[in-house]
Write a protein that binds this ligand. Structure first.
Ligand code: ADP
Ligand code: MG
Length: 322
């Protein structure tokens, strides 16, 4: 059975990528990193725990992707460029087949972002992965949750709702029989990365957050930090064709879009005069962005469908209040 150091050198020290700002990577007591001038370093930590964020028997390649995607998404939401990541992993046993798959998912996403694994810790214990990611953002250009102003428009990237449908498929055998079930399950784990969109929103978006707990929950964070309200138009929420087929109606798909967590799409606000510039930049980048509402002075979140106010108030996801 492979020991701790064997596992580290076989699986975690094999990334070929070498960034010039990494003076010393894994192998010593600390990594030594060189921070670029006139730049702030954005840092974020996210954990993935078996049984809470993924099932123990989930495809390890997807788990590796998801662990890193959720961290990259936090950098994207700040407009930061991914650079370095460290990993604390605990494993019940040295399951090499699992590690092989996990590393395939993890490193293919890391390499595609020029993101280097610079160290970590490997221990025995219940299966869980904690990553700390570091990214660069030019001084004073980070996207915050606190900058939304009354009159700004609310946008989301990509489409929403697939992740929630995928989770239903994972948790309910009967849903496996529905159209697109396996594709939606894959999408639950394999979110698109919005790092490049986040970077091009610098100087354009007045606030930004990534959708990890569900649009309803996450826009409330922008409202609280910016001291504003918001109107959301449910009929404008972008949903995939696959989700509409799965749900049998666009309206149901859009109700998924409101509450679906772990989407890792961006929700951001844009002042009117910068909307065209955002649309153009997103188009050039090949990322869909959709206007779904506006910022108001009401201090509350109001939902509309076809311009009629809705009574329903769907809660987002909260780990301690599920
Ligand atoms: P120490 O006991 O000094 O904390 P460790 O024995 O935990 O060092 O780790 C040895 C080296 O391997 C360190 O450089 C550490 O950063 C690296 N390392 C350990 N686990 C991982 C991992 N999962 N991913 C990347 N690097 C790791
Ligand atoms: Mg250690």
């Amino acid at each position: 059975m492979a020991g701790e150091f064997e596992l580290i050198s076989k699986y975690f020290a094999k990334q070929k990528l070498k960034r010039s700002d990494v003076e010393l990577s894994q192998g010593d007591d600390c990594a030594l990193l060189v921070s670029p001038p006139d730049t702030q370093i954005a840092v974020s930590t996210d954990s993935l725990v078996a049984g809470t964020h993924f099932l123990e028997n989930a495809n390890p390649k997807w788990v590796g992707h998801k662990a890193l995607a959720s961290n990259i998404s936090d950098l994207a939401a700040m407009g930061a460029e991914p650079a370095w990541v460290s990993m604390a992993i605990s494993l019940p046993e040295p399951d090499e087949q699992w590690l092989e798959g996990f590393c395939e998912g993890f490193f293919s996403l890391a390499d595609s972002h020029n993101l280097q694994l610079i160290g970590g810790d490997t221990t025995r214990g219940p299966l869980s992965i904690t990553l700390t990611i570091h990214g660069f953002v030019p001084d004073k250009q980070a996207l915050l949750r606190s900058g939304a102003k009354v009159g700004d428009k609310v946008f989301v990237s990509g489409s929403l709702g697939d992740s929630h449908a995928g989770l239903e498929v994972i948790l309910d055998e009967d849903k496996r029989l529905l159209p697109n079930a396996s594709e939606l399950e894959r999408r639950h784990y394999c979110a698109s990365s919005r790092a490049s969109l986040g970077m091009l929103l610098r100087g354009k978006a007045s606030s930004c957050i990534d959708i990890s707990d569900g649009l309803i929950s996450d826009i409330k964070h922008i409202m609280e930090r910016s001291n504003v309200g918001a109107d959301l138009h449910c009929d404008k929420l972008p949903v995939s064709q696959e989700l509409v087929k799965f749900c049998e109606s666009k309206q149901t798909a859009q109700s998924y879009a409101l509450k679906s967590g772990e989407e890792y799409e961006l929700c951001f606000t844009v002042p009117q005069h910068l909307i065209e510039s955002v649309r153009l930049a997103a188009k050039n980048e090949g990322v869909q962005v959709t206007e779904v509402g506006e910022i108001t002075d009401s201090q509350t979140l109001k939902l509309f469908r076809n311009n009629k106010a809705l009574q329903e108030n769907v809660a987002g996801f909260d780990h301690f209040r599920a």
